[in-house]
Design a protein around this ligand. Structure first.
Ligand SMILES: C=CC1=C(C)c2cc3[nH]c(cc4nc(cc5[nH]c(cc1n2)c(C)c5CCC(=O)O)C(CCC(=O)O)=C4C)c(C)c3C=C
Ligand SMILES: [Fe+2]
Length: 473
C-alpha cells in the first residue's frame, strides 16, 4: 500500500551508535490502554543520543541555538520500586515510580476509523511539511488528502481483516516488556502512546501524571530514527513537557533509536536464518530487506538520519549472519511511497521486477523498519509485492515475520530500558527562536511562490484535484 506526502522543510538530527548485549527470554501477555484527542504544534530537533543509547540534549549543543529545544538538568539517583499494575499502585516504601512510555504510530481499528486516522496522520507537520507561511493549510489539506485516500486505504485494511493489528500487538509487547523488566528486577508501569490513533500519546501522558511516575523512559517502537516517526512522537512529548510543570521536572530518558543493539540485530538474524532454512536451497536465496520509505527531502534537505541508520542496520544484520556462516546475497529497497515527490530509492516494486528480469529465482523479504505486523507487511508485502515478484519470474518467495513479542528481542528492549534509566534527566524547555530567520531569502521566496501555486492547485482547481486524487490512489 502506498502513501501520500508533500515534502518541505524539516528538523534534523543524528545520534551516536551504541551496542549492548541481549539477554534472557520472556513472552507476550495482556494489558489495557486508554485514549484521548491528539494535537501537534512545533518543529523541534531530535535529541542527541547519550553514550548509553538514551537521548539527552547537552545544553552546549550549537544545534540548540537555532530552535526551541530541550536542555538537560542533572538526574536524580536511580531507586527501583515495585508496581502492581498500570494504575500505579505502589507496593514499595521507596518513592521512585518508574514508567516506560512506548511510542508507536497507531492504526485504525475499524474501517470507519480509516479516514479520521488518515486525517490525524496528514495533519502532522512532520508528515506533510508545509512552509511556515502555509501552515494554516495543514488541516484543510489533511482533510482533502485523507478524504481522497480513504477508499484505497479502506480496501487495504479490509483485506487484512478490517483494521490494523497495531494496537493489539503493541499492547502485547508492552505486557511482555513489563514481565521482562520484572525478571531483571525492575518494576515499572508500561504505557502505550500512539501518534495517530487510540490510545493517543496525550492520554498515556495523562495517566503517567495521574500515577505520579517519578522517572520515565521513552521508547519509540521504531528501530531507526526518522523525523516522520520517532521524531514526530518525541515532538508531541516535548510540546507537553514545555507546557506542564510536572513533566518539566520529571526525569526523562529517551531512547531515540536502537537498531544498533546486539539483541535486536541477533533477533533479526535469528528470524532470517529460520526462514532461510524453509527454502529447498537456502544458499541461493537473496535476502531482500524492504524498509518503509520517506521522501528524499527528509534525508537530503532536513538531515533525517533514517537512510544512514537503515543502511547501518542492514550491515549489522548481514555481519551477524556472516559470523554464522550465512553468506547469501542481499539488497535493500524502500516501499510505501506515494505522490508526486521523490522518495528514498531504490523502490521495492521496481527492484522486484529488475531482480526477476535478472533471473533471481528465490527471495526472502525482510521488513526492517517496524517491529509489528501491520498493513504494509500483511497487505503490501504479502499480497502486492509477492504477486509482483511471482509475475516477474521469481519462483520461491518467503517473508520474515515482524519481531512482535520474540523473547530475545523483548528482553533486549528491557535491557535498553534498564540502561537508559540512569540518564533520565529533567527536561527544560528553552525559549522558541525564529527558525526561519537564517533561511536564505531566495530560498524562502521560492517556497512561498511554489507554496502559493500548490495551494491554488489543491484548493481551487477541480480538474487538478481530480488528477491529484488519481496520484494518491
Ligand atoms: C518506520 C516506519 C514508517 C515510516 C518511516 C513512515 C513514514 C510515512 N508514512 C506515511 C504515510 C502513511 N503511513 C501509514 C501507515 C503506517 N506507516 C507506518 C510506518 C511508517 N511510516 C505504519 C506502522 C503504519 C500503520 C499501518 C497499520 O497497520 O495501520 C498510512 C496509512 C496506511 C495507508 O494508507 O497506506 C499512511 C498514509 C508518510 C507520508 C510517511 C513519511 C513522510
Ligand atoms: Fe507510514
Amino acid at each position: 500500500m502506498e502513501h501520500g506526502v508533500l515534502g518541505s522543510r524539516c528538523a534534523t538530527g543524528a545520534g551516536q551508535i551504541l551496542r549492548t548485549k541481549s539477554r534472557a527470554a520472556t513472552s507476550c501477555g495482556k494489558r489495557t490502554s486508554t485514549s484521548v484527542a491528539s494535537s501537534t504544534k512545533h518543529d523541534v530537533k531530535p535529541l542527541q543520543l547519550a553514550a548509553n543509547g538514551s537521548s539527552r540534549l547537552p545544553n552546549t549543543s550549537p544545534l540548540l541555538k537555532k530552535r526551541r529545544n530541550l536542555s538537560v538538568r542533572s538526574s536524580s539517583a536511580h531507586v527501583v520500586t515495585t508496581f502492581d499494575d498500570a494504575k500505579g499502585v505502589s507496593s514499595s516504601v521507596a518513592e521512585e515510580k518508574i514508567g516506560v512510555l512506548l511510542l508507536n504510530l497507531g492504526g485504525p481499528e475499524t474501517l470507519d476509523d480509516v479516514q479520521p486516522f488518515l486525517f490525524n496522520l496528514f495533519a502532522d507537520p512532520d508528515i506533510i511539511r508545509l512552509p511556515r507561511l502555509f501552515r494554516f493549510l495543514q488541516r484543510p489539506l489533511a482533510k482533502l488528502i485523507s478524504t481522497f485516500r480513504a477508499p484505497k486505504s479502506k480496501e487495504g485494511y479490509a483485506s487484512i481483516g478490517g483494521g490494523s493489528p497495531l494496537r493489539k500487538i503493541t499492547d502485547e509487547q508492552a505486557n511482555a516488556l513489563k514481565i521482562a523488566l520484572e525478571k531483571k528486577n525492575l518494576h515499572a508501569n508500561i504505557y502505550v502512546g500512539m501518534r495517530y490513533w487510540y490510545p493517543f500519546t496525550e492520554e498515556a501522558i495523562d495517566q503517567i501524571k495521574k500515577d505520579k511516575i517519578t522517572k520515565l523512559v521513552v521508547l519509540p517502537l521504531y528501530p531507526q530514527y526518522s523525523i516522520s516517526t520517532s521524531g514526530s512522537s518525541i515532538r508531541v512529548l516535548q510540546d507537553i513537557v514545555k507546557e506542564d510543570s510536572y513533566f518539566a521536572g520529571l526525569p526523562i530518558s529517551i531512547i531515540e533509536s536502537w537498531y544498533q543493539r546486539d539483541g535486536y540485530v541477533k533477533s533479526m538474524a535469528d528470524l532470517i536464518q529460520k526462514e532461510l532454512s524453509a527454502f529447498s536451497n537456502p544458499e541461493e536465496v537473496m535476502i531482500f530487506f524492504s524498509a518503509h520509505g520517506v521522501p528524499l527531502t527528509y534525508v537530503e534537505d532536513a538531515g533525517d538520519p533514517y537512510r544512514d541508520q537503515m543502511e547501518d542496520c542492514i550491515a549489522l544484520i548481514m555481519g551477524e549472519l556472516r559470523t554464522r556462516g550465512i553468506l547469501n546475497s542481499h539488497t535493500l529497497a524502500y516501499q510505501s511511497r506515494v505522490g508526486p515527490v521523490q522518495w528514498l530509492k531504490p523502490y521495492t516494486d521496481e527492484v522486484l521486477v529488475e531482480l526477476g528480469q535478472k533471473g533471481v529465482k528465490s527471495l526472502l523479504a525482510v521488513p526492517v523498519s517496524f517491529v509489528s505486523e501491520h498493513i504494509e507487511t500483511l497487505e503490501e508485502i504479502d499480497m502486492e509485492y509477492k504477486e509482483l515478484a511471482l509475475e516477474s519470474g521469481i519462483k520461491n518467495w518467503g517473508r520474515v515475520p515482524a519481531l512482535g513479542c520474540t523473547s530475545s528481542f523483548i528482553s533486549d528492549l528491557a535491557d535498553a530500558v534498564v540502561e537508559a534509566l540512569p540518564a533520565a534527566s529533567a527536561l527544560v524547555t528553552r525559549k522558541p527562536e525564529d527558525t526561519d530567520s537564517d533561511l536564505d531569502l531566495m530560498h524562502y521566496l521560492t517556497k512561498v511562490f511554489f507554496g502559493s501555486i500548490l495551494a491554488f492547485i489543491l484548493l481551487l482547481s477541480p480538474r487538478l484535484i481530480s488528477a491529484f486524487r488519481n496520484t494518491l490512489l
